[in-house]
Design a protein around this ligand. Sequence first.
Ligand code: GLY
Ligand code: MN
Ligand code: MN
Length: 471
Amino acid sequence: MAKARKNGLYTGISEELSALMRTGWADTERHDLTPDPQAPYAARRRAALSARFPGERLVIPSGNLKARSNDDTYPFRPYSGYVHMTGDQARDGALVLEPRADGGHDAYCYQLPRDARDNDEFWSGYTAELWMGRRHSLAEAETVLGLPCRDVRTAAADLAAAAGTVPTRIVRGVDPALEAAVTTDEDRDDELEEVLSELRLIKDEWEIGEMRRAVDSTVRGFTDAVGELSRAVETSERWIDGTFYRRARLEGNSVGYGSICAAGDHATIMHWTTNDGPVRPGELLLFDAGVETTTLYTADVTRTLPISGTFSDVQRRVYDAVYEAQEAGMATVKPGAAYRDFHEAAQRHLAARLVEWGFIEGPAERAYELGLQRRFTMAGTGHMLGLDVHDCAHARNEEYVDGVLEPGMVLTVEPGLYFQPDDLTVPEEWRGIGVRIEDDLLVTEDGHENLSAALPRSSAEVEAWMARVAG
Ligand code: GLY
Ligand code: MN
Ligand code: MN
């Protein structure tokens, strides 16, 4: 008898059961698969990566399952750099670029192959295919990815054996076993992650299509959520959260980040994802959410809605100031503009309003130079968007925040004003109000396209939208 699992109801596996389980299985190898449409794009991305590191071995793992408790695991989400370079989403994988003498690289991909049926693990191990779903065979993965594939169970030994032949870099923090198998330098590994981030700054045509799909699903999710506002008033912020999540799961992989369903003064908490508060008429709902596509590209959109259908005077003053700041920011987004331009335009506008309202000391330009508006604006005004909600986060400053906009970049413009409930420097009526408006912009050849323009934005449009939904 094999050793029984602790607290399992079966005391063990008899020889007879073990033998029975090993026999009688059909050959289910798939011969109908075709290459992933993303494969040629991924090949071009790998060529760009290869050109940056001649003569060096590069290892880009996908990551492993993480235990939630005992034999339960968190949903697996691969490392975005691996997804970008392969189009693959498998766990326990790794892309290797092996240097050639001519300065280029041969790419191959380590994969966890299908479970053999000559032992008990294939049906008794909780991470086995029979418990978690079928994987590709190595031959199937080769067809789909357009890459030679190898068995990942020999990857650590292969990499250890090849150590010293050529300099190696690995993306750290993704797969501890592979990391332990190579000898690399932390600073040089960081450079690999920088380059992987920078290669995502400009989206290719296929990625732009996926960004559109992410935003379009997100628009449908917002429409669902607004339609369910009366149910949220009867229940809580969770109703909004669940309504959007259903759309995200139906059309995509999931949400691209924890949805922020922030009613009342929760709107002043930047990352309010607990979403367990009441939704009260008369207050605002700041709703920030994005669908992540099945290919793992995410949108990131915010609308701030008057729960009763109309803004109060103070709410409208705040809302319109944020709207104007967003307009000023978006107007700067075009090729050749400094990345910082949209941030500066929006922040200048908000600083001027805050001075006008008497909440910070003027003149407005001095307040802006000193950053005094930040008491109420808190965050930056946007970020790159793509496979990660805060995409390209490891890019060097000169390529990103100190860089210049180019066609194919996708970024958010999301100014906001947040008056904390305990802020004694503003009149009581303003306390607990938080407003953000966030859209996803594609930089085009001659300006930009607002991918999320289908959602109403101005205060009048938002009120008309709410009235239509309320019927
Ligand atoms: N939802 C996160 C952000 O807006 O950056
Ligand atoms: Mn957001
Ligand atoms: Mn954002």
